[in-house]
Write a protein that binds this ligand. Sequence first.
Ligand SMILES: C[S@@+](CC[C@H](N)C(=O)[O-])C[C@H]1O[C@@H](n2cnc3c(N)ncnc32)[C@H](O)[C@@H]1O
Length: 219
Amino acid sequence: MERIPEPELMDDPAQARAYAAADFSEPHDRFVALFGECFPGIAVTGPVLDLGCGPGDIACRFAQAHPRCSVLGVDGSDAMIAEGERLVTARGLAGRIRFHRARLPCALPGGPYATVICNSLLHHLRDPAVLWETLRAAAARGARVLVMDLLRPATEQRARELVTRYAGDEPEILRRDFFHSLLAAYRPEEVWGQLEAARLSHLRIQVVSDRHFIVHGCL
Ligand SMILES: C[S@@+](CC[C@H](N)C(=O)[O-])C[C@H]1O[C@@H](n2cnc3c(N)ncnc32)[C@H](O)[C@@H]1O
């Protein structure tokens, strides 16, 4: 199945609200656990950059798992940042998690960052090179990087099955977004080409579930 791009920013307030209210505990806890598996024995300290942070649920879980780090979440959507501000305040993490509204590609404050994380941004980008170039620009030499994203299924029928299995009980707006995200996602071989073009082919690609892959390593 050919990739069908979706809009970059999730800037509709209703969409951001539904996304922030959804239960992503399974994939987001998995993201934090995968970081631990990719970088065993590392207790992260100092500033962490979270690209395409959305409402900040992963930033919160990551900050809770690594109590000596702080997180800068970057997102181009005002609506997502507003949800994020609410979430970190509710979870008592406002002192450790900050948000910066910016549409990539652009220069980012702070840095260079020794740890960069990113979940589910790549499939939104019109030009996937934006993610890899941003990593190169914002990350310190030797920085730890973990990117997770959706895998594009082989057929639309398979995408529908995944929506039913993992978002069957979610509101229609979330099921619609998930379906479009699966159609917009990249295949591992396409990501491999992106990494080669960005001179990042020393990073590893690993399929970690029926709908996710990760890219990880040190820059
Ligand atoms: C599917 S959400 C993922 C949010 C979060 N990382 C998570 O896992 O819950 C993708 C986010 O990327 C943001 N985004 C997409 N394109 C962007 C760009 N060019 N610059 C900054 N943010 C972008 C969207 O606004 C959206 O909040």
